[in-house]
Structures are given as C-alpha cells and as structure tokens.
Design a protein around this ligand. Structure first.
Ligand SMILES: *Cc1c(COP(=O)(O)O)cnc(C)c1O
Length: 386
C-alpha cells in the first residue's frame, strides 16, 4: 500500500481512511446496514451483505494492513476470534508449536476447543528458539508465538523463528498485541501472519472488543477471508469506527506509554520492598538484546513481585491504588493493575503456574498515559501500605 513507506505517525493517522465518496466526510461513516441495494441481480458496488463486506470495516481492514506493513488486513469480533480463524486453516493431524507462556485465552482455545478436532499443540519455551527447532516434525503446520508475553514479558526472537518456520514449510503467526505496530512489525521480520487483540493498544480506550490479522500472502488472505465470512465472527461498524479512530493516535499514546513505562519500571526496581520487576527494557532482562533489535521501545506493560511474596501482601497493593484500577485487560489510556494468580491466569493450575514462573504474589501493571509523577506516587503509597 502506498502509505507503507511513510513515517509512523503519518501512517497511523492516514491509514485506510479516504474522504467518503458520497459526501466528502473526512471520517469514514459508520455504515450501520445489513444489506446493499443492487441495481439488477448481481449488479452491485462491491457490497452485497454486511457479513461479507462493510465499508467501515473495509476502511479499518485497509488500515490494519498499512500499520503492520502488510498487504492485507482482516477484522474480527475479538482477538480470540482472529486466533480461531488462523487455527481453522489447519486439518486434523496437523501440529502447532506454541509458547508455554501465552495469553490464557489462546491456551484455552487451543486445549479446550481445538484439541478435540485432532489438532496437536506442542508447548515449548520459545525464548530459546532451539526448543522450537527441536519440536519441528513433518506435521508442523503452524508456529504460534507471542512476544513480549503476558505477564512475564518474555521475548522470542521473531526473525530466528521465521527461519525455522520457513525451513519447516509452516506458517508463523505472531501475537503482536503487547508491542503494538508502533514498537514491533513481525511481518518485516519474516512472520506470515500478525495477530492483534485490537481491544488493547489499537483501540486504546478500553471501549471495544476486537481482533485483527495482517498478512502479505494472497492465497492465505483468501483462505482467511473465506473463514471470516463463513464462520461470521465479524465486528460491527461502530466497533470498526472506534478502532479506526484509536489507530489515529496510536503513536502519540505509545510514546507516552513508553516514557511512563521507563519511569515506573525504574521506580519499582529501586523500591526496597520490591523483589523483582519483569520488564523487557532492563539491560539484564534475559533477552534484552533481542528486544532491542526487534522493538523500537518497551511499552507500558510490566509485572513485579514484592519481597513479601504472599497473596495477602499483593492484595494490599492491589486494593490500595487509587489511579491504577483493579481490572483485567490492558493497553488503554488509563492505568490498570491486575493479579494474574486470581484474575487473568486463575484457570491455570497452581503447580503449572508456579512452574512457569508465575508466582502467587505477582502483580501486573498496564501503565497508562496519565502523568508519571502521579502514577509513581500512587504505587509508592500502595506498596508502603504493607
Ligand atoms: C487480550 C488478548 C488476547 C485476546 O483478545 P480479545 O480481544 O480479548 O479476544 C490475545 N492475546 C493477547 C496477548 C491479549 O492480551
């Protein structure tokens, strides 16, 4: 697409939107319609029925392609619906190599929904790509990675994984939700498909549920479009409008998330009551060199544990913040605080959770774009309440 070589801010603001042909409206209208009147049977303007095509969704899908430097974009009614569409490319007997530290909803979809259709999921520690290589078989059809991960901020080398995937003749799909296209573009590093929960940074205002796929390959796009219209998990035009609007300020918001992220991560690290901070921007983060090579910044997601790593001590912090709201989700302008063990990751058995490094006392933050001084003070008071 012609916008692909523009700088990030220009690209995000102009992505997908053209003045409305019928009125000149600068914002793409919310085409709240289910069907389109045809001039004669089969004679139409490219729009027949809104599950298959909608002009607001079309503008957003064009934007999705542009912001990830891809050729094609597809919008879904949620992030997990986008993931669901990718897995529906597979057949019984096919194998998927995926991270042992993925978004809980992705893990649930793979194990509880798709395993029974005969698709095999192999979970490995993808932070060392040798583990991915070692799991490849003749049946490997898809490699699914997420980087950085939720909530431990682990990093996987996308370019190295893409090489393994190509040699195996598999599709590489990267869940790029945590980084957003402002910080990381997996298609440029050799990935075949990028997936986003647009609910998070793309929407950016905690007011919509939506998913996205971005890719280059025409055949793969046709297959995924077929699944999108056949299975029907499409977003409504109002939701498409909201995400289209969100994308226009993505660069401004992400810049602020990154700036606040650095301040909050360093504050936590230097606090005597904090044992450990998980944030991929620290020089001594295990894969900081890879993070630096494949990302433009480190964003506002991080986790930490107190020296007193009991659930009770964590609870005190979780219930004492005034600005950080206790809630699931992430990526909105407002700061959120979350307790993975009892909230987002409660469905994982405790033993499994601890084995994967997810301690009882782990606290996850989605650092918003409020003033950093206020956020630090809010956390300081809450941590010292113990
Ligand atoms: C939220 C999230 C999803 C799922 O997206 P929904 O929009 O909630 O369906 C997938 N991956 C990651 C990393 C997420 O944070």
């Amino acid at each position: 697409m012609s916008n692909n070589n523009k700088k990030l801010g220009t690209k995000f603001i102009h992505a997908g939107t053209v003045p409305d042909p019928s009125t000149g409206a600068i914002m793409t209208p919310i085409y709240q319609t289910s069907t389109y009147v045809q001039a004669a049977p089969g004679v139409n303007q490219g729009y027949e029925y809104a599950r298959s095509q909608n002009p607001t969704r079309k503008a957003l899908e064009d934007a999705f392609a542009i912001i990830e430097n891809g050729k094609h974009g597809l919008a879904f009614s949620s992030g997990v619906a986008a993931t669901d569409a990718v897995i529906k490319l597979l057949n019984p007997g096919d194998e998927v190599i995926c991270a042992n530290d993925m978004y809980g909803g992705t893990y649930r979809l793979f194990t509880k929904v798709f395993e029974k259709y005969g698709i095999k999921f192999i979970y490995v520690d993808t932070t060392d790509v040798q583990n991915i290589q070692a799991a490849v078989t003749a049946k490997t059809k898809l490699i699914w990675i997420e980087t950085p991960t939720n909530p431990l901020m682990n990093i996987t080398d996308i370019a190295a994984t893409a090489k393994i995937s190509k040699a195996a003749g598999a599709i590489l799909c990267v869940d790029n939700t945590f980084a957003s296209p402002y910080l990381q573009n997996p298609l440029n590093l050799g990935a075949d498909i990028v997936m986003h929960s647009a609910t998070k940074y793309l929407g950016g205002h905690s007011d919509v549920i939506q998913g996205a796929l971005m890719l280059n390959d025409d055949t793969l796009r046709d297959q995924l479009y077929f699944i999108q219209k056949s299975c029907g998990a499409v977003p409504g035009p109002m939701d498409c409008f909201l995400v289209l609007r969100g994308i226009k300020t993505l660069h401004v918001r992400m810049k602020a998330h990154c700036e606040n992220g650095i301040i909050v991560a360093n504050f936590l690290r230097n606090h005597p009551k904090v044992e450990r901070v998980y944030w991929c921007g620290f020089e001594d983060h295990p894969n900081n060199d890879i993070a630096k090579a494949q990302m433009r910044g480190f964003g506002g997601m991080m986790s930490f544990v107190l020296k007193d790593d009991s659930i009770a001590a964590a609870n005190k912090v979780l219930t004492s913040t005034k600005l950080f709201a206790l809630a699931e989700s992430l990526g909105g302008v407002e700061s959120l605080i979350n307790h993975p063990a009892t909230m987002t990751h409660a469905s994982i058995p405790r033993e499994e959770r601890i084995k994967n490094g997810l301690a009882d006392g782990l606290i996850r933050l989605s650092v918003g774009i409020e003033d950093a001084e206020d956020l630090v003070e809010d956390l300081r008071v809450a941590i010292e309440a113990n």
